[in-house]
Write a protein of this length. Structure first.
Length: 369
């Protein structure tokens, strides 16, 4: 695959013949495709016809090599994510380049932290890494043996969306070396680590479409060696329309040190009371409340405000935070306009793919009449 001598591959989810058949038809498997393509990877959160990011061997190798350079050298990997997702695929690619065989956790029925200590022991000596999402890390932190095993690794790449501050703080207290990863199938996986682009990757903030604000926030645009060459089924407008660049759906800014700060998806921004509120900013504060285990924020139509801020909270067992209590807590850190005006206590938050919050499904479930 990496030498370009075999036909392009399309990673498929195991044990799901219906989805495999749908992907086979939508991505036109067996039909002509660019000779450069090694993998066609579906993108998380895709609705309708899968777009299919077309990745070349050079993009996959550039990503894997840059990862090893950033982390301190090749090593042995623990595969704890589905191998048909880009994060799992890159664990395999990095292992191929390192000449090692990854140790695999069976996550077909979910992530079991009790299996982590044995898997880490099987990795042997030398440099050792894994890639997780925040929900997996949170489960591991609740299991002392799993947390101790992860602390033995040289790095734990953490992707799949923003990680709640309590999870990051808990990992630090447990001695786990977390490297926050930002990227997507279109960028051959994580391409920005702890806010800094990998070697060969460029990041710019595009404010030409009038989305930029006074803090320098705008659309995150990625360029460089790890990019896909385009989509198998490109939408209109095409995010790859500018040669050498990929326009993400994310709003972000560069801080004073040049690090990328991702504020959230552009289509999730809440326009309320004349201000634009990014849900992730509210969630980052809300999750620090002692009665909040998990949370999600979204907007719903409001005749007076345009939209109003709504919070869904998974409470800490034995707690039942009230709306006024949470509004007061938010107002200590953010403008009062960002404080939720509606609160739902829920047992769990819906997720998709490898653990990303499904904000749309949550909103639909809580607002349906």
């Amino acid at each position: 695959m990496l030498d370009g001598r075999v036909s392009p591959l399309v990673p498929m989810p195991a044990g799901n013949p219906r989805e495999s058949a749908a992907l086979t038809a939508a991505l036109r498997i067996g039909q002509q495709i660019d000779d450069e393509v090694a993998l066609v990877v579906t993108t998380s959160g895709t609705t309708g016809t899968p777009k299919g990011a077309m990745l070349t061997p050079s993009a996959l190798i550039a990503s894997a090599s840059a990862t090893h350079d950033r982390l301190g050298g090749p090593g042995r990997w623990l595969l704890a994510l589905p191998a048909h997702h880009i994060a799992g695929i890159q664990v395999l690619v990095r292992s191929l380049l390192a000449g090692t065989v990854p140790v695999e956790l069976d996550v077909s029925s979910g992530f079991d932290p009790a299996e982590v200590p044995g898997a880490v022991e099987d990795m042997g000596s030398g440099r050792r890494y894994t890639s997780l999402v925040a929900t997996q890390l949170a489960k591991a932190l609740a299991d002392p043996a799993a947390a101790a095993a992860l602390a033995e690794l040289d790095a734990v790449l953490l992707g799949g969306g923003p990680a709640p501050r309590p999870v990051l703080d808990g990992a630090a207290e447990a001695g786990i070396t977390v490297v926050r990863s930002y990227g997507s199938s279109e960028t051959a996986g994580g391409c920005v680590y702890d806010g800094l682009p990998l070697d060969g990757v460029q990041v710019r903030i595009d404010g030409a479409d009038d989305r930029a604000d006074a803090d320098g926030a705008g659309l995150v645009v990625i360029g460089g060696a790890t990019l896909a060459i385009g989509y198998r089924n490109p939408p209109d407008p095409d995010p790859f329309g500018e040669p050498g660049w990929f326009r993400t759906d994310d709003i972000g800014r560069l801080d004073d040190s040049g690090r990328l700060v991702v504020l959230g998806r552009a289509d999730e921004a809440i326009s309320t009371g004349g201000l634009t509120i990014m849900p992730a900013a509210v969630e980052a504060v809300l999750v620090r409340h002692p009665a909040v285990a998990e949370c999600a924020v979204f907007g719903v139509p409001d005749d007076r405000l345009g939209e109003r801020v709504v919070a869904a909270v998974v409470p800490v067992p034995g707690c039942a935070p009230a709306l006024d209590e949470l509004r007061e807590f938010i107002a200590q850190s953010l403008d009062t306009t960002a404080a939720p005006r509606e609160l739902h206590l829920v047992d769990e938050l819906p997720r998709r793919g490898i653990g990303k919050l499904d904000r749309r499904r949550l909103r639909d479930a809580l607002t349906k009449t």
